[in-house]
Design a binder for this molecule. Structure first.
Ligand code: IPE
Ligand code: IPE
Ligand code: MG
Length: 257
């Protein structure tokens, strides 16, 4: 796995991860059923994906359905699954034409077989693309990811159970669902909540966290640019001091005359 190098110029994040929240509230505010918000959320995905390509973001990871979202009313869950299926079918050729490589990360065995089949097909179709690596996290949870990684590590080398001191961060990280990607540089959460909601718990350790009250269906290229501009001002220290990372010292506030 490529790790984020502390000395990389910070201007454009290489990997942007987004918790797409607020679809339900968007719909409620318009006296529409929640599904209307989810539908409009798909349009926002398209806009943001295109904007990421234009801005030179290499990896875009979207939280679409969490391990905990299975707790929602059954009709909302099935509507979301149907929407996912339709979006896959409708968008995949466009993704392919735009050089987007699609991956779906999560506990895919919990998805309906037909959806699993379409995911496999879409991943295979876009496998050769490299312009933007888009990952949709579905039935995904950060805790699931870590447990799954540990199981997979031990399955690959059962002798590790007898020498746990040989398990290190790098060996475990290779088994995470997003092991192919560098860690996210920037996490965006729309919808006003300031929490992680069990998203990429391991990989967000040093991400810059950007929270906005804007609801996901309203998020667009301008919103993304605001997040990228905020990110560009951040000093990423990865535990070091400001001097070590070579930034000019923060000017002391000027005392009022
Ligand atoms: C995010 O929007 C989409 C999913 C979690 C599937 P929500 O459906 O959580 O919208 P709010 O938070 O209720 O507004
Ligand atoms: C997080 O949103 C999950 C996704 C956006 C897929 P939620 O709406 O499920 O988060 P909580 O429950 O408010 O924390
Ligand atoms: Mg929500």
């Amino acid at each position: 796995m490529t790790r984020n190098a502390a000395d990389r110029p910070a201007a454009v994040p290489r990997h942007v991860a987004i918790i797409m929240d607020g679809n339900g509230r968007w719909a409620n505010a318009r006296h529409l059923p929640r599904v209307a918000g989810h539908n409009r959320g798909v349009d926002a995905v398209r806009r943001v994906m295109e904007a990421c390509v234009r801005r030179g973001v290499e990896y875009l990871t979207l939280f679409a359905f969490s391990s905990e979202n299975w707790r929602r009313p059954a009709d909302e869950v099935s509507t979301l699954m149907r929407l996912f299926m339709t979006a896959l079918q409708k968008e995949v050729s466009r993704l392919n034409e735009n050089g987007v490589r699609l991956r779906v990360a999560g506990d895919l065995a919990t998805l309906e077989p037909e959806l699993q089949r379409r995911i496999t097909q879409a991943q295979a179709l876009t496998e050769g693309n490299a312009r933007l690596k888009l990952t949709v996290c579905a039935s995904y949870g950060g805790r699931w990811d870590m447990i799954n990684a540990m199981r997979s590590l031990l399955a690959a080398d059962p002798s590790l159970a007898n020498r746990p001191q040989d398990i290190d961060e790098a060996s475990l990280a290779q088994h995470l669902a997003l092991a192919f990607a560098p860690e996210p540089d920037l996490l965006i959460r729309t919808g006003g909540e300031r929490r992680i909601s069990n998203f990429m718990l391991w990989q967000l350790a040093y991400a810059e966290l950007y929270f906005t009250d804007q609801l996901w269906p309203d998020f667009d290229a301008v919103s993304l640019d605001a997040a990228l501009a905020w990110y560009a001002q951040r000093e990423r220290r990865f535990g070091r001091t400001s001097q070590q990372v070579g930034a000019p010292p923060v000017p002391a506030p000027v005392a009022p005359a």
